[in-house]
Design a protein around this ligand. Sequence first.
Ligand SMILES: [Fe+2]
Ligand SMILES: [Fe+2]
Length: 203
Amino acid sequence: MQQSSLFLNRNEFGDATNVGNLLSPAEAKAILDEWVKNDRLKIHMKQVAHLMKNYALDQGLNDLEVQKWYLAGLLHDADWDQWPEQHCRKIIEELENRAIDPEVIRAIASHGPRYFGVKPVSLMDKMLYAFDELSGFVHAYSLMRPEGYSGMEVKGVKKRLKDKTFAAQVSREDIQDASERAGIPVDELIFFVITHQAGADLS
Ligand SMILES: [Fe+2]
Ligand SMILES: [Fe+2]
């Protein structure tokens, strides 16, 4: 594999003394509004945040953990719109400067192992990677269905995944890799996305 120019070339993120430090919802929104002008990207980040939050809730994690999962999802692509060549270095440095919880920063750093060279280790890392591409893919599929998410089935999504011309920018390889790393079959991930994504607050 050729080394990606986005490689972060490090494995430590944030500072252990900052565990539990999170951005307030207003602070997170300010970053989103300031950094992300592309509404479609904003929708993507809110959808991934929603999936992360709901997955954490399903795992019975406590409120602080749920907030961490949500924040990692919400900010994972914050720098992609204006600084794609610095993705995701810029948001990582911003969160480090703000003394944010290292687990949130690490999850963001590992959301594309092929691109950033950081291995997803924690469950939060793995699920962010697993939901990222799949969320966008299912959203694209919902937009082409007259009934949107309603009545959507796993097999319909899988059929589109096999059609390489549909949402061609979505890496099938990453979806498969993320599923293997998380130890969760792709079908199960798709089902989770289908059943939760429509409920995301996109305001
Ligand atoms: Fe990304
Ligand atoms: Fe993303």
